[in-house]
Design a protein around this ligand. Structure first.
Ligand SMILES: Cc1ncc(COP(=O)(O)O)c(C=O)c1O
Length: 435
């Protein structure tokens, strides 16, 4: 395959990056050094005119593709009418809540619109504490629920919490269903969900007797697209229910069709008491939602929850357009089909290249774990970076995640087609063979 190599950063990108380094904090600079100018469906164009296939979706946001005409039209139209009115109801927000409730498991009959993912998980934790009257929350190694203090206190990676002082008390952590690196050194299915059974032991050791809630992601995105084994979430639901605990599922990343269903919990018919939704709901317009059971939300009295821009008519109109597009273009189904195809092609690469330790995921939330060798599984962080930069030079934009920073994110918009998947695999193949 003949591929032109982009110069990264190009001169215009370099100039903007220099200004970014001058005026923005360095903690924001952890991406391929190319400055995006505009994007269309699955393609990104940088300020130097380089074109990339987008395998980031802008961190799993652009589910309906970049600047989808129907999405843009809805935003344009609403922007000219009414953009914000605080918590006064609007036809758009109420219509959106109604649409969402119609798509959720039947126990989730109320929706509270917010602006960011962290705001949704923060709200879920607050409400769970009020409703249960208990302050402890069980979460998992590797968990990422956002960067405000509530979610940070149940983060399962030191990277999220390092040197920020004491967290909110009550966060308890237990090993997640990460079979590739099982902390119990067990094998699924022979382990019979040992990590779930061991939760009692964790709670016995760490709880003051005030555990009321469990929070989890259906798969851990930030930790490196770690998918627990099939049935794990259902087992967790059963474990929580038997102990009278509330279950919050954080679908900020996994929701809105990403795994091949509207919500990932649908794969195992799990019915949590609250679900956090974000990213893809706005597909670029800042929006998030907390869905829950009315009996739980009723513990909050009028005036006890608010969000200045949460559910504003602009965000609500955008989210309504996203739902329409998702339904009209069958995007969850496309995510399922294209995701299975991509995973198979990534699996072929894994078989051929020693540095790919694992290729995994569901729908279009896939990850490649890069290791020094298949046998040692030692995370190869520098190699991960090299592959990402090499791929970008050939026009494939990806990002790095993972507990150890050695997982390549493979998460294109849900509108991707097979030839584009083939194009990406050809680039990856070329870069891997060169490296
Ligand atoms: C599972 C999960 N929860 C919460 C968040 C936080 O979302 P936001 O960055 O919109 O606050 C993220 C962001 O990556 C996430 O992946």
């Amino acid at each position: 395959m003949n591929l032109m190599k982009h110069q990264i950063p190009g001169p215009k990108s370099a100039e903007i990056l220099a200004n970014s380094a001058r005026f923005e904090p360095p903690c924001m600079a952890d991406q391929v050094p190319a400055v995006w100018d505009h994007a269309e469906d699955v393609w990104i164009y940088d300020v130097d005119g380089n074109k990339y296939l987008d395998f980031t979706s802008g961190v799993l946001v652009a589910n309906v593709g970049h600047s989808h005409p129907d999405h843009v039209a809805a935003i344009r139209q609403q922007a000219g009418r009414l953009m914000n009115c605080y918590s006064f109801p609007t036809p758009e927000r109420v219509r959106l809540s109604e649409r969402l409730v119609g798509m959720l498991p039947e126990n989730l009959d109320r929706v509270f619109m917010l602006t960011t993912g962290a705001e949704a998980t923060e709200a879920a934790i607050r409400i769970a504490k009020r409703f249960s009257g208990k302050h402890e929350v069980l979460a998992f190694y590797g968990a990422f629920h956002g960067r405000t203090y509530g979610p940070m206190s149940v983060a399962g990676s030191a990277n999220t919490r390092r040197k920020f002082g004491p967290s909110v008390p009550g966060g308890i952590l237990a090993p997640y269903g990460y079979c590739y690196r099982c902390v119990y050194d067990k094998k699924f299915p022979e382990c019979e969900f040992h990590c779930i059974k061991a939760l009692d032991r964790v709670v016995e050791a760490a709880s003051s007797g005030d555990l009321g809630t469990v929070i989890t992601e259906p798969y851990q995105g930030g930790a490196g697209f770690i998918n627990p084994p099939p049935g794990w979430l259902k087992e967790l639901e059963r474990w929580a229910k038997e102990r009278g605990l509330l279950l919050i599922v954080d679908e900020v990343q996994s929701g809105f069709g990403r795994t091949g269903k509207f919500l990932a919990i649908e794969w195992e018919e799990v019915m949590p008491q609250m679900v956090c939704i974000g990213k893809g709901i706005g597909s670029g317009m800042p929006a998030s939602a907390l869905a829950g059971e009315s009996r739980i939300f009723d513990c909050m009295k009028p005036g006890e929850m608010s969000s200045t821009t949460g559910g504003n008519p602009l965000a609500s109109a955008a989210a309504l357009a996203v739902i329409d597009i998702m339904e009209k273009e069958h995007l969850p189904e496309n995510a399922r089909v294209m995701g299975a195809y991509l995973l198979q092609r990534l699996g072929e690469l894994k078989d051929r290249y020693e540095c790919i330790g694992d290729a995994r995921g569901m729908g279009l939330a896939l990850g490649l774990e890069i290791v020094e060798s298949k046998q040692t599984k030692k995370p190869a962080v520098a190699m991960t970076q090299k592959i990402i930069l090499g791929a970008a030079q050939y026009g494939l934009m990806m990002g790095k995640v993972g507990f150890y920073g050695n997982v390549i994110r493979v998460a294109p918009p849900l509108t991707i087609k097979q030839p584009e998947c083939d194009h990406a695999i050809a680039i990856l193949d070329k870069v891997l063979s060169e490296i």
